[in-house]
Design a binder for this molecule. Structure first.
Ligand code: LLP
Length: 424
C-alpha cells in the first residue's frame, strides 16, 4: 500500500499534486512519501511484535539522510556496507547499537570506524576478513561482536544478478567451512562470536527459499551449540519482494510481511535467539516514484519511442536487471487511446530504457510520467553518466514537500576535477 493515487485524474503524492511539484523541482526527480515509509516500517515491526527483533533498514536501498531520519524515528536500525553508509546512519540519529555492518570487502579503516562507533554486529563473510577484523579490534583494545554470514546454497531472488545465497555467489562462508571457522573465531581474542547471519537474495517472491535457508540456519545453530559456541543472535537479512505490477508476476503478490513473519516465528521460536532483519526494498520500494517529462515522440520502423528526460543514469534497474516498473501518466486522460511504446531516456546507450513494448495511454511532448516503485535502488544507483546531474530527491508529508537532495549545477559536478600543470 502506498500514497501515490489519482484525484480527479491527477496523480498525487499524499496531498501534493505531482504535476505542480514537477514544475517546482524540474524533471527528472524522485519523490518519496513519508507516510508510506512510516507505514511500511510499522507493518514490518508489527508483524514481529512481541519478538523484539532488531529491524536494521538496509541503507543501500535508499540512503538519503531524510529517509534515514524518518526510519530512525520509527525505531529502525541500519544495515550498512561501507564507512559512508555508517556515517550516514549515525548522522541520521541511528544508535550504533542498532547498526550491523555487512559486505564482503570491508577495509581496515572501515572496521576501525565501526569499532570506534560501537556498532552492534559485524557480519563477517570470509576467513581472511575475520583475521583482519581480529587484528583491527586487538589494535584498538576492543572485541568485535561478530556473526558469520553463511552461504546456505539456496537459489532465490527476482533476477540472477540479485541472488546471493548460492554456492557460486561471492557471499558468505561456504556451508562446509562454517563450523571450523566458528571454532577458529572463538579462539580469537579480538572477536566475540555472537550469531549467525544469512541473506539469500532480493525481490524474493515466495516463501520457499526463505524456509529452506532458515531451516538450515536453525540446524547450524544447533550444531554450533553442540560445538560449545554460544549463539544468541540470528540475522536473517532482507530480501522480501514487493509488487511491481509486472504482468510476469502473474498477478500473485509477493508474500505479505505477516506471512513472512509467521514462517519465521514458527522456524525460530525453538532457537531462543534475538532476530535481526535487514529489509530494504520492502520499506522503501513503493514509497517513491521517479517523475519524468516526455521530450519527443519518435516514430521508428514498427516502434514508437517515447523519449523522456530520465535515463538509465537516473534509474538503472530496467537496464541492469530487465526490471519492470509501472509507468503512469501524471495527468490521466480517460479518452486517450492506448499505444505501445519503448520508453527510453537521452543516454547514448541502447540499454537506456525504462520500459519496452509497453501499452500506455497516448503521451505527448511536455506530459509528465511517473515511474512507480522507484524508492529502493533508484536514486542510490544513479550516476552522472553523460555528465547528467545526479537526479534530485524530494519528500512529501501531507501537503508539504521538501527538496532533500538538490540537483547539482554543472560547475559543482566538475569541481572535483583538475587538469595537471603540464596541460596548463
Ligand atoms: N542485507 C544484505 C546483506 C543485502 O545484500 C541486501 C541487498 C539487503 C539486506 C536488502 O535486501 P532487500 O530487502 O532490499 O531485498 N540493486 C538491486 C538489489 C540489490 C540487493 C543487494 N542486497 C535491485 O535494484 O533490484
Amino acid at each position: 500500500m502506498h500514497h501515490f493515487e489519482y484525484r480527479n485524474g491527477r496523480l498525487y503524492a499524499e496531498d501534493v499534486d505531482l504535476a505542480a511539484l514537477a514544475r517546482e523541482v524540474g524533471t527528472p526527480f524522485y519523490v518519496y512519501s513519508e507516510a508510506t515509509l512510516r507505514r511500511h516500517a510499522r507493518v514490518f515491526a508489527k508483524a514481529f511484535a512481541g519478538a523484539d527483533p532488531l529491524v536494521a533498514f538496509s541503507v543501500k536501498a535508499n540512503s538519503n539522510l531524510a529517509v534515514l531520519k524518518i526510519l530512525a524515528s520509527e525505531g529502525a536500525g541500519a544495515d550498512v556496507v561501507s564507512a559512508g553508509e555508517l556515517y550516514r546512519a549515525l548522522k541520521a540519529g541511528i544508535a550504533p547499537e542498532k547498526i550491523v555492518f555487512s559486505g564482503v570487502g570491508k577495509t581496515a579503516e572501515e572496521m576501525q570506524a565501526a569499532l570506534e562507533a560501537g556498532i552492534y554486529q559485524f557480519n563477517v563473510e570470509s576467513a581472511p576478513e575475520l583475521e583482519a577484523l581480529n587484528a583491527v579490534a586487538l589494535s584498538l583494545g576492543k572485541r568485535a561482536p561478530v556473526a558469520l554470514r553463511v552461504n546456505p546454497d539456496v537459489a532465490a531472488g527476482g533476477h540472477d544478478k540479485i541472488s546471493t545465497g548460492r554456492k557460486e555467489d561471492k557471499f558468505g562462508v561456504s556451508w562446509g567451512q562454517t563450523r571450523a571457522l566458528y571454532a577458529h573465531a572463538r579462539a580469537l581474542n579480538g572477536i566475540e562470536v555472537a550469531g549467525v547471519d544469512l541473506h539469500i537474495g532480493s525481490q524474493i517472491a515466495d516463501l520457499k527459499p526463505f524456509e529452506a535457508a532458515f531451516t538450515k540456519a536453525g540446524q547450524l545453530i544447533a550444531d554450533l551449540r553442540a560445538d560449545g559456541c554460544a549463539i544468541t543472535r540470528l540475522d536473517l537479512g532482507g530480501g522480501l519482494g514487493i509488487p511491481y505490477g509486472d504482468p510476469k508476476e502473474g498477478g500473485a503478490p509477493p508474500p505479505s510481511p505477516e506471512d513472512y513473519a509467521g514462517l519465521i516465528k514458527k522456524l525460530t521460536a525453538p532457537l531462543g535467539v534475538r532476530l535481526i532483519f535487514e529489509p530494504g526494498r520492502m520499506i522503501a520500494g513503493n514509497a517513491g516514484v521517479l517523475v519524468t517529462q516526455v521530450l519527443y515522440v519518435k516514430e521508428g520502423e514498427g516502434r514508437t519511442f517515447l523519449i523522456v528526460d530520465a535515463g538509465m543514469n537516473d534509474l538503472i534497474r530496467p537496464a541492469l536487471y530487465d526490471a519492470y516498473h509501472e509507468i503512469k501518466p501524471v495527468a490521466l486522460n480517460e479518452t486517450a487511446p492506448e499505444k505501445t511504446y519503448d520508453v527510453v531516456g537521452p543516454v547514448c546507450e541502447s540499454s537506456d530504457f525504462l520500459a519496452k513494448q509497453r501499452k500506455l495511454p497516448e503521451f505527448s511532448p511536455g506530459d509528465f510520467a511517473a515511474v512507480m516503485s522507484a524508492g529502493a535502488y533508484g536514486a542510490v544507483q544513479a550516476s552522472q553518466y553523460n555528465t547528467r546531474p545526479l537526479v534530485p530527491e524530494s519528500l512529501v508529508n501531507g501537503d508539504r514537500y521538501a527538496l532533500i537532495r538538490r540537483r547539482p549545477s554543472i560547475e559543482e559536478m566538475l569541481a572535483l576535477e583538475t587538469a595537471p600543470d603540464w596541460l596548463a
